[in-house]
Design a protein around this ligand. Structure first.
Ligand SMILES: [Zn+2]
Ligand SMILES: [Zn+2]
Length: 775
């Protein structure tokens, strides 16, 4: 009797509520396997809040399940909260053998069901390379913990008939796995094998073709011979060449019309990567994560990489094979390859075979194709480590479209169209925001077509029509024009405010008691000038421009964005450098050019006013000889950061005074760059080490942020805008502010750049916080 009583007391019947990233990542099959292993009874299901489990069995065994949920979860899952409560609910299958049951009614938005594309998991990798496995060397192996997701979804719900896998009929063995709750491939929508699934084909320019293992061996031979290979992957094609073959890499640059922008390099494995770059522990886990992004790493001096991979750049954008096809190709080739998005400049990724063969005909020597269609182009994500944590530069494969939670509920469904450059679009519905992967710059018609397709696709998620559009205040952005032409109610959110709001969104913070530092290249200001060095004070849900950089002129406007020397000339001249022509000569302008620029400045011809911090970085870079032109966005500031890195300790203080702004000027305070620019110029003339001057400049910029924060009288500082892609600036500003007792919010989940504008727009519309007052 006593024993029975004891047994009864020791038996648990509990509900386990799991929140976080737990849907679409193989979580239910994982729970099923663990629960079955432990001999528990009950069930697991998805619902609108995540995953719900009912577990019945001895208390110690239930505790073991809880522990496993935390420690053994699939690597793409993120368990944020686990709540356990005893239940006395009626027996709804709790007494039966453990099972995966259909989702409960009242399911949330279907968005929860679209997850990002996931890199090959360790178990699939093992099977891929196991000669005894039926998927040995099969380039499309996947399971519920890995494989394509967003890139193959055409409609929702996320079921095989609604994906591009619908053309492939599962063979009996694959069908059995798909139906088996105990299998890692239970309801793995892209499940396939060599009998029933997609195939790979190598096609040469001469019309030759090879398939299967021979295709991969042939592709590796083409790389060895210095050929340029177009390889279809998860979200589009890559152009690949031998990263150690200078002739091949420079030929790729020539054919792709790409001058200096660094190429990413895919390494066969971590060991090969360690030979070329320093890899810290956190960086290794980023590289090996389910997102498997490109990570900017410090290149070793003795790295065996062709100079043309990343000219004059101390970093290398490195990643590891993330599709099984890459594992096989890099395994066969055995050395690192340049793997760059297969597109012409400013165009979207090639995704279709016919399109790739047409558009890449002049670039690629051979095509490694496959017949699993790609529904949406998805670029590789790019992340750069900093002392405080990784900074996402491009949020795409592996990260998007994971939903973000809004701090309130949206009435209807809103389309947030983002900015012009680095465009992403967002859909806000209920309390969720789904942000698309990086789309690109909306200058070209084909990128604009992807923008429209992506907006329509995300709209379908919610099964209802958009009720409102949210855009930037810039009247000429293609995204704004699209919003205005939609015929829907339209709300415009100021660009820099959107940067700050995106940071608040990811940190779950309110618009109160926060100083937003919005530093970027250019954005449309409330006064019609080009903003970019703004300090926005958020109090009780309202925004006011508290501070800014002292305004200056950009001789030639857009031309000054490409030619950093123009801004340098304008600033150094305004800072008191007396002789325009000697200054011009130092910046390698001809006397006539310097004279013309001088006239433009004094007569204010085509020289728009700006407060842009990005342009101030340009000017400093040009003055210190770090670079002259931005052939790609941020080139000169990146070179300046590269020069400064490693010299931050030696950085002497430079003046960057904070002063009151003129009455009615639209800000309380402004940072005056004139003494700073004069000091840089004088330092260069005096022959001081330009690397130390570059470090001092970064320190001065960070100290400037601290000075404004001290004047603003709030305890929290939120950083946003493209300048905070600069890891040195972000680290310096964060540590100075934290040492002074400020709480610092830094973009980590979302990019600091315009890729996050759509997210800020959603929050601005939700809070009815769209303008920055400038009185
Ligand atoms: Zn897998
Ligand atoms: Zn099969």
């Amino acid at each position: 009797m006593v024993a029975r009583k004891h047994a009864k007391r020791a038996n648990s019947d509990v509900l386990l509520r799991v929140r976080g990233t737990v849907q679409g990542v193989g979580f239910r099959p994982f729970v099923h396997r663990v629960a079955t292993r432990l001999g528990l009874r009950g069930w697991v299901r998805n619902d609108s809040e995540g995953v719900l489990i009912r577990a019945v069995g001895p208390a110690s065994t239930v505790t073991a399940l809880e522990r496993a949920l935390r420690t053994e979860a699939p690597r793409a899952a993120r368990v944020e909260r686990l709540e356990v409560s005893p239940t006395t609910a009626p027996d709804d299958g709790a007494a039966s053998p453990f099972a995966i049951v259909p989702s409960g009614c009242g399911d949330g938005p279907a968005s929860a069901a679209i997850t990002p594309d996931l890199a090959i998991c360790p178990e699939c990798r093992r099977e891929l390379l196991d000669p005894a496995d039926r998927r040995h060397l099969y380039p499309f192996i996947n399971c519920t913990q890995c494989g394509p997701r967003y890139s193959i979804v055409e409609r929702l719900p996320y079921d095989r008939p609604n994906t591009t896998m619908r053309a492939f009929r599962m063979c009996p063995k694959c069908g059995a796995e798909y139906a088996d709750q105990g299998s890692r491939r239970f309801h793995a929508q892209p499940n396939a094998c060599p009998v029933c699934g997609p195939r790979v084909v190598l096609r040469g320019a001469d019309g030759s073709s090879l398939s299967g293992a021979e295709a991969i061996a042939g592709a590796a031979r083409a790389l060895s011979a210095g050929r340029i290979l177009a390889a279809k992957g998860i979200g589009g094609y890559h152009l690949m060449v031998d990263a150690q073959n200078e002739a091949a890499v420079s030929e790729l640059r020539r054919r792709k019309h790409r001058d200096e922008k660094p190429f990413a390099v895919m390494f066969p494995d971590l060991d090969a990567l360690r030979l070329a770059a320093e890899v810290l522990e956190g960086e290794a886990s980023l590289l090996g994560s389910a997102a498997a992004p490109i990570v900017l790493l410090r290149r070793r001096a003795q790295a065996q990489l062709a100079p043309s991979v990343a000219p004059m750049n101390p970093w290398v954008g490195a990643f590891l094979p993330y599709a099984p096809l890459h594992v096989l190709l890099l395994g066969a080739f055995g050395r690192p390859v340049v793997a760059t998005s297969a597109n012409l400049a400013e165009e979207p990724l090639c995704t279709r075979v016919s399109e790739a063969h047409e558009r890449l005909a002049e670039i690629a020597d051979a095509f490694l194709d496959h017949d699993r269609p790609i529904a949406h182009p998805v670029d590789d994500s790019v992340v750069r480590p900093s002392k405080g944590g990784p900074i996402v530069l491009r949020r795409a494969r592996g990260y998007a479209p994971s939903p973000l939670r809004l701090p309130g509920t949206v009435a209807g469904s809103w389309l947030c169209v983002g900015a012009q450059m680095k465009n992403t679009v967002g859909v806000a519905s209920g309390d969720q925001l789904v942000l698309s992967p990086h789309i690109g710059d909306l200058d070209g018609p084909s990128t604009r077509a992807v923008f429209k397709r992506t907006a329509a696709m995300l709209g379908k998620i919610h099964g209802s029509k958009f009720t409102q559009v949210v855009c930037d205040r810039h009247p000429d952005y293609a995204s704004t024009l699209y919003a205005r032409a939609s015929g829907l109610p339209c709300v415009a959110v100021q660009h820099h405010l959107a940067h700050v709001l995106a940071c608040l969104l990811e940190h779950g913070r309110r618009a109160d008691g926060v100083l937003g530092v919005a530093w970027d290249g250019t954005g449309y200001g409330e006064d019609g000038t080009i903003w970019g060095g703004e300090f926005i004070l958020l109090q009780k849900g309202a925004a006011r421009r508290f501070g800014r950089l002292r305004p200056f002129r950009l001789p030639g406007g857009e031309a000054a964005i490409r030619d950093a020397r123009r801004t340098a000339l304008a600033l150094a001249h305004a800072a008191g450098d007396p002789a325009l022509w000697t200054l011009g000569r130092r910046l390698q302008f001809s006397e006539a050019e310097a004279g013309l620029l001088g006239t433009m400045l004094t007569r204010r011809i085509n020289s728009p006013v700006t407060t842009s911090a990005g342009r101030l970085f340009d000017a400093a870079g040009a003055l210190l000889g770090a670079g002259a032109r931005n052939t790609f966005e941020g080139q000169v500031p990146l070179a300046l950061e590269a020069a400064a890195a490693g010299h931050a300790g030696a950085a002497a203080s430079l003046p960057f005074p904070l002063r009151s702004a003129a009455q009615g000027s639209g800000a309380d305070v402004e940072l005056d760059w004139a003494p700073l620019v004069a000091a840089l110029d004088a330092g260069r003339l005096a022959g001081r080490d330009t690397r130390e001057l570059a470090a001092s400049f970064h320190r001065a910029m960070a100290e400037g942020i601290l000075a404004v924060a001290n004047a603003a009288g709030v305890g929290t500082v939120a950083l946003g805008g493209g300048c905070f892609q600069n890891a040195l600036l972000t680290d310096l500003a964060t540590s100075l502010l934290e040492e002074a007792g400020f709480e610092v919010l830094v973009p980590r989940e979302l990019p600091p750049n315009d890729g996050a504008i759509a997210a800020g727009q959603a929050l601005g519309a939700l809070w009815n916080l769209t303008t920055v007052s400038i009185t």
